[in-house]
Design a protein around this ligand. Sequence first.
Ligand code: SF4
Length: 199
Amino acid sequence: MNMELSRRAFLRTSGAGLAGTTLGAFGFGEAEAAVAAHVKPFHLVNTVEARNTCTYCSVACGIIIFAKGDLRKGEKADIVHIEGDADHPTNRGTLCPKGAALLNIVKSETRLTQPMVRKPGSDTFEPISWDVALDKIARAMKDDRDANFIAKNKDGVTVNRWLTTGFLAASATTNETAFATYKVVRSTGMLAFDNQARV
Ligand code: SF4
């Protein structure tokens, strides 16, 4: 066996033809054997792989998204399968029940795929572009900070606080992105900063 072959590549090429006991003999865990066993033969043939992070919680498990149709060739991609990334150091191919159901999120008819805004006086949300949404958010933050920033407390001590806006960050990200997010938010003086995973 080619020792340079990654475990993920090995699982993909071996497919369902290998029984779990055989994988076990190679030193694979039960979870990876189960993944290989349940994937239908040839289900992933001609798919394009993309590595990503589970959207749900701060464990941030690595996933592989398989799509048919290659965007690089101008084709429309359709995600057909999502599984744990066996090469990812956090989860080593495993997923909890929520992560294992990620394909249902992708296919859900109620999934938000673009920013929405409810204008003043309206009772309905309307789709807007990301550019418009980001400009609106930046404008609102700037105006609020200009109006409410507290440079000094009543004793004249410099505090540089901004207490009237809060920020909720997502946990499905890398350490580096989380670090940069934290620095940007704190540099504005904002104190109300939380995370979907409460970390
Ligand atoms: S698979 Fe489960 S444990 Fe892993 S990030 Fe997703 S929700 Fe969290």
